[in-house]
Write a protein that binds this ligand. Structure first.
Ligand SMILES: O=C(O)c1ccccc1NCC(=O)[C@H](O)[C@H](O)COP(=O)(O)O
Length: 238
C-alpha cells in the first residue's frame, strides 16, 4: 500500500527521538484501567499531555475504549488538537467506520489487535487505515499472533506484555517482549507495550532490537509525571 508524503508521522517521530539519543517513548493517557482503577485523579488530560510533550515523549497514546478504560473519541480529539506530537489511538477497532472516526478525531496511528480480529478483518482494517492516511500498530501477545502479524506489510509491530483477554488479572512483564523479539525479523519496528516502569526495562527492549516503548500507568501514577517521563527518555544515556 502506497502512502503519500507526510503520512508516516508516527514512525518518523519515534525514529527522530532515537536519532537524537532519546528513548523513543509513547506516553499514554488513559482515564482508568481494569487493574488500577482511576488514573486521571481529577487532572486535566490536556495539562498531562502537554507535560508529557515538554518532558521529551516522542509520541502520545490515548485509550479511547470506554467500558474498561473510560476513554472516548472526545478525549482523543481534545488531546490531539492540544499537542504537536502524533497520537496513537488505542481501542478495540473491528469495523472500517471506526478507522475514519479515529482519523477524524486526530489519530496518526491506529492500534489493531490480532487477538480481537480474524485474519480477513485484520487485513481489511490495515488497508483501510492506510487509505485513511493512518499508520498502524499491530499488536500481538504470543507466538501465534506474531506469526500472523508478520504476514502483513507492517508499519509498527506492538508486543503487549499483558494479555488483553485477562484484563485485571494479568500483571505483564517485559520478558514477554524480550522472548518474542527473538522471532522478529530485522527491519520490523517493534514497540514493547504495558507493564513497563523502569528505565532499565526500556533500555533492555532497545538493546534487544526493539524500537520503542509504550508506557501509561507508571507515568500516570507517578507523583511527578514529568520526572517519570524524563527518567524514561534518558534511559539510553550512559
Ligand atoms: O491497562 C491495563 O490494565 C491492561 C490490562 C490488561 C491488558 C491490557 C491493558 N491495557 C491496555 C494497554 O495495552 C495499555 O494501556 C498500554 O500498553 C500501557 O500499559 P501500561 O503502561 O501498563 O499502563
Amino acid at each position: 500500500m502506497n502512502r503519500g508524503a507526510g503520512e508516516r508521522r508516527f514512525t518518523a517521530a519515534l525514529q527522530a527521538a532515537y536519532d537524537a539519543g532519546r528513548l523513543p517513548l509513547i506516553s499514554e493517557i488513559k482515564v482508568r484501567s481494569p487493574k488500577e482503577g482511576d488514573l486521571l485523579a481529577g487532572r486535566d488530560p490536556v495539562v498531562l499531555a502537554r507535560t508529557m510533550v515538554a518532558s521529551g515523549a516522542a509520541c502520545l497514546s490515548v485509550v479511547t475504549e470506554g467500558p474498561n478504560f473510560g476513554g472516548g473519541l472526545e478525549l482523543l480529539q481534545t488531546v490531539s488538537s492540544a499537542v504537536p506530537l502524533p497520537v496513537l489511538c488505542k481501542d478495540f477497532v473491528t469495523e472500517p467506520k471506526q478507522v475514519w472516526e479515529r482519523r477524524d478525531a486526530g489519530a496518526a496511528c491506529l492500534l489493531l489487535m490480532v487477538s480481537q480480529l480474524d485474519w480477513s478483518q485484520l487485513k481489511a482494517l490495515h488497508a483501510e487505515a492506510h487509505r485513511a492516511g493512518l499508520e498502524t500498530l499491530v499488536e500481538v501477545h504470543d507466538e501465534d499472533e506474531l506469526r500472523l502479524a508478520l504476514t502483513l506489510d507492517l508499519d509498527l509491530l506492538g508486543i503487549n506484555n499483558r494479555d488483553i483477554r485477562q484484563l485485571e488479572r494479568d500483571e505483564g512483564t517485559v520478558a514477554n517482549t524480550l522472548r518474542l523479539l527473538d522471532s522478529v525479523p530485522p527491519g520490523v519496528q517493534t514497540i514493547s507495550e504495558s507493564a513497563i516502569s523502569e528505565p532499565l526495562e526500556a533500555r533492555q527492549v532497545i538493546e534487544a532490537g526493539g524500537s520503542g516503548v509504550l508506557v501509561g500507568t507508571a507515568i500516570l501514577k507517578a507523583t511527578d509525571p514529568a520526572a517519570a517521563v524524563r527518567r524514561l527518555v534518558q534511559a539510553l544515556e550512559d
